[in-house]
Design a protein around this ligand. Structure first.
Ligand SMILES: Nc1nc2c(ncn2[C@@H]2O[C@H](COP(=O)(O)OP(=O)(O)OP(=O)(O)O)[C@@H](O)[C@H]2O)c(=O)[nH]1
Ligand SMILES: [Mg+2]
Length: 669
């Protein structure tokens, strides 16, 4: 049996969970359709999801279409849970992107589409809610063409829109308009079709060949067939499923090959045991196998269940294409690669959280339990980036927004019995080097050993190693890169074996030290070069290079100087033309940089850039100046230097720039 791992993605409330439920019903997996509003669906199973009527965690449900087994992954649409979508994106063979026929393309929709396109995930579009009043198929399809991709093809037509009789009729070979649209779309990317089309022979191309080519190009992520329907009434859903089977690719991968798999979700059982949701790309994973995963870890699989239309069923093994729940991998984390898969490249499809907050237990006696509970939440969602300020006894977490904060609060209370308060939520800034700086710590001269590199009798360097680093600005978005610029003979190969391992280890130390820059913010977009190196063999140990790195890199950074940057958002406001002036005045007052408004009939569109911290002010002020008609969309654009006072963040660890104190603390440990 072939398998397809299929994600459902959309802006919040577009109907993903409802469609999942309807698909399971249509495919015969359930004989009663649950409802989001009543909290009875197959995939919104957390108590919090059921109460709030929103999806928080991704969930898997399986069904079969003929000989095709489909694992459906329902994802959250709320922007606070975008990290969950990111993890799912890496394990998909195909996707359905939902767009509501009433609300149209919404803020998250283009973001999701771009991510799907970047990762070349073959994607069908489903225009949902055609039964709801206000549904408009023409406008929705036009918005998709304009804002998502022009490479689309409606696979039929909707009628009875806005009523519960709304339905979808698929187009076939005899529908002249469809055939022409299909030929034109394929001609965009297929030479032979293009040639036939321009010579006027397009009409004589066999229909079956066109359909085959359509499937081909959809599987390559080049075109996006559109289906229309209603998850509530079921209209168009059977046709969508036929489309899934015809147009999306099944998983490829050799069950006999080397094991490679990825974890996209982690759960804990009631007994506290970690369960990893694993997508197998190649090979087979078996109970009692020892498997390797990231951070050099290896554990034995103690139990395993595979997703099937009957639910997750206990099995001795899972093979290429399967999604399995795997127990026994004690230190596994979400996102980990298992077996031969290269570790995640660290490249993110969506922006990281821009807020952070102190979490405090309501009862001081709960402090330890809170730490443990947050560590558990972090293994499911590392982006919350739990940081501890030991000196002050504070714990910080990074957040996307208010809803995520509430969800973390409720989860801690319910699942861990810890009541917490979130104190002062603030914007996360970053620091970038503003110039170039170098620093050097030289190994103290010793008489009887074998010394490479520089040494000096006057050095106050407490560690038996020499290290010189240069810090300089790098391209925006490039992160931190470490290079080696010394003679290979100066590299302590007796500790690190190869220069590559040395650079990898030093890279970790540099990143760790740059977690807190001159103003306390994480340093990014920096190029760091090792310009001096030396050791005393034997005697110098890996730990010496580790400790020395913080000292040297911070000195170099101090000489380079840094700029503090804040998150900026790009916004787009759709508004009545007569409100344009008032909105421009409002934007100017907020210090936004607007572009020239674009008029479009009686409507206008303004795009602008402004600091993320002002988006709530804008959202609050907009209804008044647009008579309630303004529609605001925003997305994180990147970080830009702050103007005025540079905000600082309290350090949570000793500052290597206070040399005495830093060394005393190290010695004390
Ligand atoms: N009329 C109508 N309502 C729908 C349809 N699909 C979903 N809804 C309603 O829209 C609301 C949101 O549906 P969900 O299925 O929870 O949407 P979702 O995309 O899963 O939402 P999140 O997971 O929170 O992002 C619910 O009240 C559904 O009943 C539809 O086709 N027609
Ligand atoms: Mg949902």
């Amino acid at each position: 049996m072939r398998t397809l791992n299929l994600g459902i993605l959309a802006h919040v409330d577009a109907g993903k969970t409802t469609l999942t439920e309807r698909i399971l019903f249509t495919a015969g997996v359930i004989d009663h359709v649950g409802s989001v509003d009543e909290g009875t669906t197959q995939t919104d199973t957390l108590a919090l999801e059921r109460e709030r009527g929103i999806t928080i965690r991704s969930a898997v449900a399986s069904f079969a279409i003929g000989d095709l087994a489909v694992n459906l992954i329902d994802t959250p649409g709320h922007p606070d849970f975008i990290a969950e979508v990111e993890r799912v994106l890496r394990v998909l063979d195909g996707a359905i992107l939902l767009v509501s026929a009433v609300e149209g393309v919404q803020a998250q929709t283009p973001l999701l589409m771009r991510a799907l396109q970047r990762l070349r995930v073959p994607t069908l579009i489903f225009v949902n809610k055609i039964d709801r009043s206000g549904a408009d198929d023409r406008q929705t399809v036009e918005a998709i063409a304009r804002r998502l991709t022009p490479a689309i093809l409606p696979m039929g037509s909707a009628h009875g829109l806005g009523t519960r009789y709304a339905d979808f009729t698929p187009a076939g070979r005899n529908k002249a308009g469809f055939r022409t649209a299909l030929t034109e779309l394929l001609a965009e990317t297929d030479e032979a079709i293009l040639a036939a089309y321009v010579s006027g022979q397009g009409g004589s191309l066999p229909y079956r060949r066109l359909r085959r080519l359509l499937a081909n190009q959809t599987r390559r992520g080049l075109v996006h067939p559109i289906f229309l329907g209603s998850a509530i009434t079921g209209a168009g859903v059977a046709e969508l499923l036929i489309g899934v089977a015809e147009l999306l690719p099944a998983a490829v991968g050799d069950p006999q090959g080397a094991l490679s798999a990825r974890v996209f979700k982690i759960e804990r059982t009631v007994l506290g045991e970690r369960v990893a949701y694993v997508r197998v790309f190649s090979g087979t994973i078996r109970t009692r196998d020892r498997v390797r995963y990231d951070r050099g870890a290896e554990s034995r699989v103690t139990a395993l269940s595979v997703f099937t239309p009957q639910g997750a069923v206990q099995r001795p093994s899972a093979s290429a294409g399967d999604i399995a729940k795997v127990s026994g991998l004690a230190t596994i984390q979400v996102g980990d690669a298992v077996g031969d898969l290269p570790a995640a490249d660290g490249e993110h499809q969506f922006a990281a959280p821009t807020l952070e907050s102190v979490v405090a237990p309501r009862h001081t006696a709960d402090r330890e339990r809170l730490r443990a509970a947050l560590a558990e939440l972090a293994e499911q969602d590392p982006l919350i980036n739990v940081r501890q300020d030991n000196a002050r006894g504070e714990i910080w977490v990074s957040l996307y927004g208010e809803v995520q904060k509430q969800v973390i609060g409720s989860t801690l209370a319910r699942e861990h019995a810890v009541e917490v308060d979130f104190l002062e939520t603030t914007t996360i800034h970053v620091e970038r080097p503003s110039g170039t700086g170098e620093a050097l710590e030289v190994l103290r001269a010793a008489t009887h050993s074998n010394v490479t590199g520089k040494s000096s009798p006057h050095s106050t360097n407490p560690f038996p190693a020499t290290l010189g680093l240069r810090v300089e600005p790098a391209l925006v978005g490039s992160g931190i890169e470490l290079r080696l610029h010394v003679d290979i003979r100066l590299v302590p190969l007796y500790i690190y074996k190869t220069a590559k391992t040395f650079v990898e280890e030093m890279s970790k130390h540099v990143r760790e030290a740059l977690q807190e820059g001159l103003f306390g913010w994480e340093v990014t977009d920096a190029k760091v070069t090792i310009i001096e190196c030396g050791y005393r063999a034997p005697g110098t140990r890996a730990g010496d290079f580790h400790k020395l790195t913080s000292l040297v890199v911070m000195q170099a950074l101090e000489r380079a100087g840094t700029v503090v940057c804040e998150p900026m958002v790009s916004i787009r406001i759709d508004l009545p033309a007569d409100a344009v002036r008032r909105v421009l005045v409002l934007l100017a007052r907020l210090g936004a940089r607007p572009q020239t408004p674009i008029a479009n009939g009686g409507l206008s569109e303004i795009e602008a850039v402004l600091p993320a911290k002002l988006i709530d002010d804008l959202r609050r002020a907009l209804p008044e100046v647009t008579g309630g008609e303004g529609v605001l969309e925003s997305r994180l654009r990147g970080y830009e230097p702050v103007t005025g006072v540079r905000p600082t963040r309290r350090r949570t660890r000793p500052n290597p720039l206070n040399r005495e104190e830093y060394l005393m603390l190290l010695a004390g440990r």
